[in-house]
Design a protein around this ligand. Structure first.
Ligand code: GLY
Ligand code: MN
Ligand code: MN
Length: 452
């Protein structure tokens, strides 16, 4: 295969990965009472009254088994203890390039190739056995047709699968290291383009070029924000002209390899000013918090620790006249750090299962004060998540804070000085080990910067 997504494909690691995915599914299916699972890759729906569809993304429950980014309409059938069976769709088409049949797949799956969707669906249904309980995990309406399905995405099965996905095996960690390397290469080029005075659009293009990705391959739309745009958490536009004055630059952009994402943010100041000091101080606080990550700590505690660190920075940099404890307790930090500390990363940038307390699906909702916190689990070895604190100067949230009693503790002229810089976010992806973390992001930057 010559697609760049399949570079560095270690067959043995992949074989162990498929065995481990199969074990997870087998146990989850047994507990939920299913004999067979139909897992369609899915298909991209056309835009309204159009014959063009957004880029295809496979159902992540399918992607967990097989890194086949072009497998639109393909279906996996898993009926333990049989080997999983891949019904691969290779249309006879001259409008689009049909996907190549993956020769490596035969080592792990029984593979059959179908050009016609009706034949493919009939072949899937032909394998289902009367009296067996069959579940569909994915988008209904395609390959399921009139199949005798007993359930579609039942929460007990799906919760167990999602819960398990938080723990990555060696194949997945390898893919995430490579996704991080791609992202870090893009970041360094983007940073250089920014220092050279490029526009947001040109920085975005520099990121794509250096990370060797086209836009549809990105794990999520890159956030390329200069000046006050950095205060829009998911800023989505790309100004084609450089700003008249350059103050700050926030880039949140990642790579994807074998379906796995990296999610990386860095923030820069144009000059050696107080904003640059705040960037450095938040960076140091982020690294100190990463040092606290180990199996057994709860992510909610880490999030709260970071709020307290943000309160200390607000005090140290003269944004509040009260003590750090008061800035935290009165909720002032919520206006400056309005998102969660982070989230699981994997086949999805915001990966599933962050609010599950166990494999049975017991909900672990975020605390009332932090509704945006996407991860509430106790940290375990093998988890991969982001640690991405921020300090922002967001007019909407600051205006709300002005109406609160705590507004009296805010040094408003100091806050207003920073409004044109938008904000700061520092985001790393960490893989939890037995006694700490592998910081995928810092390691990738260090490797690349050593080389230059
Ligand atoms: N890139 C979106 C996020 O950091 O969660
Ligand atoms: Mn991000
Ligand atoms: Mn993130």
């Amino acid at each position: 295969m010559s697609r760049p997504q399949l570079r560095g494909f270690d067959r043995e690691r992949y074989a162990r990965h498929v065995a481990s995915v199969a074990a997870i599914w087998r146990e989850a299916m047994q507990d939920a009472g299913f004999d067979a699972a139909v897992i369609p890759a899915g298909a991209a729906a056309y835009r309204f009254q159009d014959d063009i569809a957004p880029p295809f993304r496979p159902n992540p429950n399918f992607a967990q088994w097989a890194p086949l980014p072009q497998a639109e309409h393909s279906v996996l059938l898993y009926r333990p203890p049989d080997r999983p069976r891949l019904f691969f769709h290779q249309p006879a088409d001259y409008w689009y390039l049909p996907p190549a049949v993956p020769e490596w797949a035969a080592a792990e799956f029984d593979v059959e190739v179908h050009a016609e969707l009706d034949d493919l669906a009939a072949a899937v249904f032909g394998r289902l056995v009367d009296g067996e309980r069959t579940v569909l995990v994915g988008e209904a309406g395609g390959a399921d047709g009139n199949a005798p399905l007993d359930a579609v995405n039942p929460s007990d099965l799906v919760d167990a699968l999602h819960y398990a996905r938080a723990r990555k095996d060696e194949f997945e960690l390898d893919a995430m290291r490579r996704a991080t390397d791609m992202g870090a290469r893009g970041h360094l080029a983007a940073r250089d383009a920014w220092f050279d005075g490029a526009s947001e659009l040109d920085i975005h293009l520099a990121f794509l070029r250096a990370s060797r990705q086209h836009e549809a391959e990105l794990p999520y739309p890159s956030i390329v924000a200069q000046n006050a745009h950095a205060g829009v958490l998911h800023y989505q536009l790309y100004d084609a002209a450089p700003p008249a004055e350059r103050r700050s630059f926030l880039i949140d952009a990642g790579g994807r390899h074998l379906g796995y994402a990296s999610d990386i943010t860095r923030t820069y100041s144009a000059s050696r000013d107080a904003f640059a000091d705040l960037v450095d101080a938040l960076d140091a606080a982020q690294r100190a918090l990463v040092d606290e990550v180990r199996p057994g700590v709860t992510y909610v505690r880490l999030h709260e620790r970071m709020h307290r660190a943000v309160a200390r920075l607000l005090h140290e940099f003269g944004f509040v006249s009260c003590s750090p404890d008061t800035a935290f307790e009165s909720g002032i930090t919520d206006a400056f750090f309005p998102h969660g500390l982070g989230h699981l990363v994997g086949l999805q940038t915001h990966d599933v299962g962050g609010h599950l307390a166990d494999a049975r699906g017991t909900p672990a909702p975020p605390p009332e004060r932090y509704p945006a916190l996407r991860l509430t689990r106790t940290v375990e070895a093998g988890h991969v998540f982001t640690v991405e604190p921020g300090i922002y100067f967001i007019p909407l949230l600051l205006d709300r804070l002005r109406g609160e009693p705590a507004a009296a503790d805010v040094v408003w002229p100091r806050v207003e000085e920073f409004l044109p810089c938008g904000g700061i976010r520092i985001e790393d992806n960490v893989a939890v080990t037995a006694d700490g973390v592998e910081n995928l992001t810092r390691d990738a930057f260090a490797r690349l910067e050593q080389r230059t």
